[in-house]
Design a protein around this ligand. Structure first.
Ligand SMILES: [Zn+2]
Length: 135
């Protein structure tokens, strides 16, 4: 029983992730993870539109297994283009961009700043009233 409900739960999560292309699954964060999952990764140029399959094994040899293509850009190698190349994975191809992760990091930073401001305000009052300050 338990294993069935776990499988359903996993399916539900997978379908949720599929609906939000900005959310990256864990295995796409490293070159080794992409290779293990046999993901097809392409690079494509925003300027000239050139694209090709990325050689993940060559990237792993040059940069190591933990190298990440997430949010990575590179100069387009098409002669005279000078554009910027980005990476995509899967079929249909989805960008290797951590949009949601970045938004979460920004949100977390805002919350920490708000807490720091609230603590500073509290400690100012505590000092005046001789209450113990927050650490
Ligand atoms: Zn180009």
């Amino acid at each position: 029983m338990l294993s069935v409900s776990k499988a359903v739960d996993a399916d539900w999560r997978t379908s949720l992730m599929a609906k939000n292309p900005a959310y990256l699954p864990a295995h796409v964060w490293t070159v080794a993870g992409l290779i293990d999952a046999q993901e097809r990764v392409i690079w494509s140029c925003r300027k000239c539109g050139a694209w090709a399959q990325a050689d993940l094994l060559a990237i792993q040899r040059a940069k190591g297994p933990d190298y990440s293509l997430v949010d990575r850009t590179s100069r387009c190698r098409v002669e005279g283009c000078g554009g910027t190349v980005g990476f995509h994975y899967g079929s249909p191809a989805r960008p290797l961009k951590a949009l949601r992760e970045r938004q979460a990091a920004i949100q977390g930073q805002k919350e920490r700043e708000e807490m720091a401001r609230a603590k500073a305000a509290y400690n100012e009052v505590a000092r005046r009233l001789k209450f113990p300050p927050l650490p």
